[in-house]
Design a protein. Structure first.
Length: 300
């Protein structure tokens, strides 16, 4: 695929930024498979701050957590380090990140690293499993690109044309990847207002995980994403099955509904139910509403 400006896979990982903040001086603990960290370790373990990820918009601290002889790397985002947003209540981003993880887990897709809400050195915050960048010998999934062609090649989906400077434009495309398509459905459910390329972290084994879900679950339509390639297309049979199961999990008195009620407002939980019902009723991936910018900025 010819590309005037291929989006490099290395920009989809925070590893370099985290190293600049100091964690490189810390010998990392032995790692478990990505996405498999037990919530108990993150929730109850001793949390030690090792450095700061400097290019994040809110306070993001690189930490280790230890419990009963087990140690793991994690990210800690204290509520005290959240910058106010004009359209979201102050001090709620950490809870929204945990709610996104709970919905992802209920879907059975495990797209979001293990995430908990707990007290830490700087107060209550979100603590999330650290996804280490792939090693030199690991396959890195290519998920996003800017290409010179007017149409995407097989295996890619078009998002739209983007300015790349000097009066030039290129076609923004994303991979036609089943895990990415599941993420597009999840983002529609949680009403993700900020799905950027930099929020997709490649992991060992050629997989990837999605992070940064603080701007989610608004009761108004806020969906902004780079994953519009399936817009208007029928949902997969798998997605319809998962959404049907999710609808049952969101019923009054169900464990997921009770958990979300602890993290979100009643109106926001009701809006989640309404979005799931709409997706099942229409049977298609959502399209941009035209009432809200469809693409986040900056996109990466």
């Amino acid at each position: 695929m010819s590309a005037p400006e291929r989006i490099p896979a290395g920009r989809l990982s925070p590893g370099e930024a985290a190293t600049a903040g100091g964690p490189a001086a810390v010998e990392p603990p032995a790692r478990e498979p990505a996405g498999s960290l037990a919530p108990e370790l993150l929730a109850r373990g001793e949390l030690t701050v090792r450095g700061q990820i400097r290019d994040a918009s809110n306070a993001v601290l690189y930490c280790t957590v230890a419990l009963d002889g087990r140690t793991a790397e994690c990210v800690y985002k204290p509520v005290a380090g959240e910058r106010p947003l004009w359209d979201f209540p102050d001090g709620t981003l950490a809870e929204r990140e945990v709610a996104a993880y709970e919905v992802s887990r209920a879907c059975g897709w495990d797209l979001i690293p293990t995430t908990v809400l707990r007290d830490g050195p700087y107060g209550t915050g979100m603590v999330q499993e650290w996804i280490a960048p792939p090693g030199d010998g690991d396959a890195v999934p290519e998920l996003l690109a800017l290409v010179a062609e007017d149409e995407p090649e097989p295996g890619w989906k078009a998002v739209g044309r983007a300015e790349i400077g000097a009066g030039r434009t290129a076609l923004l495309v994303h991979a036609d990847h089943p895990r990415l398509r599941r993420l597009a459905v999840l983002d529609a459910v949680i009403n993700n207002g900020d799905r950027k390329g930099g929020h997709l972290l490649p992991s060992a084994g050629g997989s990837f995980f999605a992070i940064d879900h603080g701007v989610t679950f608004h009761s108004d339509d806020k969906l902004r994403t780079l994953l519009w390639g399936w817009a208007g297309e029928p949902l997969t049979d798998e997605a319809r099955t998962v959404l049907d199961r999710l609808r049952a999990a969101l019923a009054d008195g169900a464990p997921l509904a009770a958990r979300l009620a602890e993290l979100l407002t009643d109106a926001e939980v009701a809006a989640v139910r309404a979005r799931v019902e709409r997706l099942l009723r229409e049977g298609r991936h959502p399209e941009p509403s035209g009432e809200w910018p469809a693409i986040p900025w900056p996109p990466v």
